[in-house]
Design a protein around this ligand. Structure first.
Ligand code: MEV
Length: 324
């Protein structure tokens, strides 16, 4: 009889601290892994089928790794994240006959890169299940390919952060990935609206502005580059005031390139009024989420945002993908 094996891997979600959108134009960004994780467990089944359940989302279904198909247990639900799981299993050369259980403490739709975290954790769990040891670089690359296959286009930021953890300074094409050595606690609050921005459309709207007015847009991206580099120093030296200041400037510049919304700004300004050192929209914008940097004021900031939108606290996670 086969030994019943159970392998569980987990990977963190992420948030972009500085430089989103500018990163599309070759400028640096700084992103951080957060202490909200996706957990993927794999065990053998008695039959030759592959079944996945995502507990928190109430989504489950049968995957056919060999044929690349998904059959949901409940027709009404969107297969969404299951596609990432399927392609990750295919890419790791997994064979049917698996029972996969996913638990997420990353809220979906809060801009924390939940699909990348699930993808990275699946790649790690599936390769370990087959006794294959992938390097971190190998996991990040494979997971990025999965995101590209599912979404058509994707920056490698999410999969890099879910793989490596910590705070990372990087360029869009990930030619340069520098893990920043930061001792101090970085207390962050994430606020998010129910309305989600469409990353592809937002990136395209910025591209159009770049086409019609490069003389205006290029200096804005150069400023974003300068503030990201300044923020890197401020983060490393633990200069709260400057970290906050650079976030505020970054928010203004993101507004200038047209990716801000009234709801995001409302949260951004309430956070500042409640004592945050700085706050900005994070990610693609057009809805979605904001971050506030608020040493000593986390609870007050959460309470004020929660009056009209949703907010919660995150800490930076030093750990990237890991076996549990
Ligand atoms: C979206 O999370 C980040 C953007 O910079 C797009 C990208 O880097 O692909 C807006």
């Amino acid at each position: 009889m086969l030994n019943p094996r159970n392998v569980t891997a987990s990977a963190p979600g992420k948030t972009i601290l500085f430089g989103e959108h500018a990163v599309v134009y070759g400028k640096p960004a700084i992103a951080a892994a957060v202490d909200k994780r996706a957990y993927v467990s794999i065990e053998e089944r008695e039959d030759n089928r592959t079944h996945v359940r995502i507990n928190e989302l109430g989504i489950s279904g049968y995957l056919n790794i060999e044929k690349g198909t998904i059959e949901l247990d409940n027709d009404e639900k969107n297969e969404g994240i299951l596609k990432y799981v399927l392609i990750a299993l295919m890419k790791t050369g997994s064979k049917d006959g698996l029972e996969i259980t996913i638990n997420m403490d990353i809220p979906v739709g809060a801009g924390l890169g939940s699909s990348a975290a699930v993808t990275v954790a699946t790649v790690k769990a599936a390769s370990s299940f087959k006794d294959i040891e992938l390097t971190s670089d190998g996991i990040a690359k494979l997971a990025h390919q999965v995101e590209l296959m599912v979404q058509g286009s994707a920056s490698p930021i999410d999969t890099i952060l879910s793989t490596y953890g910590g705070i990372v300074y990087l360029s869009r094409d990930a030619e340069e990935i520098i893990k920043l050595d930061i001792d101090s606690e970085i207390p962050l609050v994430i606020g998010y609206t129910s309305e989600r921005g469409n990353t592809g459309k937002l990136v395209e709207s910025v591209r159009l502005k770049m086409e019609i007015a490069p003389q205006v847009m290029i200096p804005l991206f150069n400023s974003m580059e300068a503030l990201t580099n300044g923020a890197r120093e401020a983060l490393t030296s633990g200069d709260h005031k400057m970290i906050g200041e650079f976030m505020n400037i970054n928010h203004g510049l993101l507004d200038a390139i047209g990716v801000n919304t009234e709801e995001l700004s409302k949260m951004v300004y309430i956070a500042r009024k409640s004592g945050a050192f700085g706050s900005k929209l994070t990610g693609a914008g057009g809805g979605g989420s904001m971050i506030a940097y608020c040493p000593g004021k986390v609870d007050v900031v959460i309470e004020s945002i929660n009056k009209f939108e949703k907010a919660f606290k995150v800490k930076i996670s030093a750990d990237g993908v890991r076996l549990e």
